[in-house]
Write a protein that binds this ligand. Structure first.
Ligand SMILES: [Fe+2]
Length: 464
């Protein structure tokens, strides 16, 4: 396969005017209602949702409250929901835009802070949990048969919280129901609303522009740390650690934070990207100026490796449409990068995203998971050529699947965002050569844009 490129200078920059900021009470209450209907269908009328700083998304999806540095529980037991928080959450939970019973369990607070004498089990009783209830507990992890645990009974919450629940209801009444929110088949967080799509588009636009600015600013002699300042981070919460890695060792770690003593040199492999909640954009490329420098540094097969990677990326995008089984998305990539192992692909080619960066993945061999309207997906294919020097490729951006009704609602409430999506689709089709189905809404200003020569930002991959 031959490397195919063209000269093209992207002309995006700056911020866009937000058409949405926060979700309304109606959106959250609608989610709670749908969750309780789904829970009823699974035989549960009471749910306890766990959250902490890292595992905040399920609780935030239902309330807008994301635990900062304390644990928190949301109890849905009929009637007004109850949120149980620590000392500092007591004020912060005012961000919930609908009526809740806010109760403080001081044991969720940081070490050494003032403590009260009310037990968590008493608070759970107050929230409506009873001894004979069949209780669905929502943490964040879906256990697999390969993990060696009872899939239904194993809870992924701190043991002190489980102990408190068991002081109210016996262990035999507790079930892991995280699936209600993140199951590939019916998880509610894979069926998002137009209002959420507006936030997705804004966030992806912002992140893609930040990453482009950072890539454009790269110069030999930069440290990773100095280069990371060009992300121009604002106060928005991130969903991944910002990453800038230069050279074989640091880039191969994948997740490392920028180092002040790692300096960019011509020919280095560069891994660079960042995410805010609802968006993650990443690029890995060789920092060379042209094809001759590429093959001089990485060998004669370097162009072929990058060409195959880009063709697989195009095949991934073109496989997407509502109703397609996840196996077809997987196979679209696996057919081009065959076998996947020889291209260093270790993870699923693509996954779902929400406010946390990876909720689940529908893309695996034999997957019967149907792509659904309201699903947010990451084109996330990480490849590397075995051997040295390390040659890697990673072009990650997000899309949103939307049927005609969802697209119409999106255009109605966010016309500027809808127009950006239209222009991106046109760009992908006419400049890059990727035919996106109408169901697929490109959210990033860098959607499908790859830089085969990182020191030349005016050359991009195109379909061969
Ligand atoms: Fe990802």
């Amino acid at each position: 396969m031959k490397l195919s490129t063209r000269k093209f200078s992207l002309s995006v920059s700056g911020d866009c005017t937000p058409e949405g900021t926060t979700l309304s009470a109606e959106v959250y209450l609608g989610r709670i209602e749908r969750l309780m209907e789904l829970a009823e269908n699974h035989g549960f009328s009471k749910l306890i949702v766990y959250g902490d700083r890292e595992h905040f998304s399920n609780m935030e999806y239902l309330t807008g409250y994301d635990p900062r540095f304390e644990e928190a529980l949301l109890v849905l037991a009929g009637g007004t929901p109850t949120i149980i928080v620590g000392n500092e959450g007591a004020d912060y939970c005012q961000c919930i835009p609908f009526p809740v019973n806010a109760l403080v369990y001081t044991g969720f607070s940081l070490n050494g802070q003032p403590r009260g004498s009310v037990s968590l089990s008493d608070i759970l009783c107050q929230a409506g949990i009873r001894s004979n209830d069949r209780i669905g507990v929502i943490g964040w992890k879906l256990f697999s048969p390969m993990d060696g645990f009872d899939l239904e009974r194993t809870l992924d919450i701190p043991s002190f919280i489980r102990d408190a629940i068991e002081q109210v209801a016996p262990s035999k009444n507790l079930f892991n129901k995280t699936d209600l929110l993140v199951s590939n088949e019916y998880g509610l967080r894979h069926n998002l609303e137009a209002e959420e799509l507006v936030l997705f588009e804004q966030c992806n636009t912002a992140v893609s522009r930040k990453v482009l600015t950072a890539i454009r600013g790269l110069r030999p002699g930069d440290s990773e740390w100095a280069a990371s300042k060009r992300f121009l981070l604002d106060g928005s919460p991130t969903c991944t650690h910002p990453c800038v890695s230069f050279g074989e060792k640091n880039a191969s770690m994948g997740l490392a934070s920028p180092q002040a003593d790692s300096i960019l040199a011509r020919g280095d492999i560069v891994s660079i990207g960042m995410g805010l909640r609802r968006a993650n954009v990443h690029r890995t490329f060789p920092y060379v100026s042209d094809g001759a420098e590429l093959t001089g540094r990485y060998g004669e097969d370097a162009g072929e490796f990058l060409a195959a990677y880009f063709e697989a990326l195009c095949a991934w995008y073109e496989s997407l449409r509502i109703g397609t089984p996840g196996s077809e998305v997987y196979e679209a990539v696996a057919k081009v990068l065959h076998p996947l192992k020889s291209y260093g692909v270790k993870l699923n080619p693509g996954h779902q995203i929400h406010t946390d960066e990876w909720t689940n993945s529908m893309s695996y061999p034999g997957s019967t998971v149907s792509l659904r309207s309201g699903m947010a997906l990451q084109c996330d294919i990480i490849a590397s050529r075995p051997g040295s020097p390390l040659l890697g490729a990673h072009i990650e951006d997000g899309v949103f699947l939307a049927d005609e009704a969802l697209r119409a609602r999106f255009a109605e409430i966010a016309p500027a965002a809808s127009e950006r999506v239209r222009k991106r689709r046109e760009f992908m089709r006419e400049v890059i050569g990727i035919s996106l189905h109408d169901d697929v809404l490109p959210l990033s200003d860098l959607q499908g844009v790859g830089f085969p020569f990182g020191a030349d930002m005016d050359t991009i991959f195109v379909r061969g």
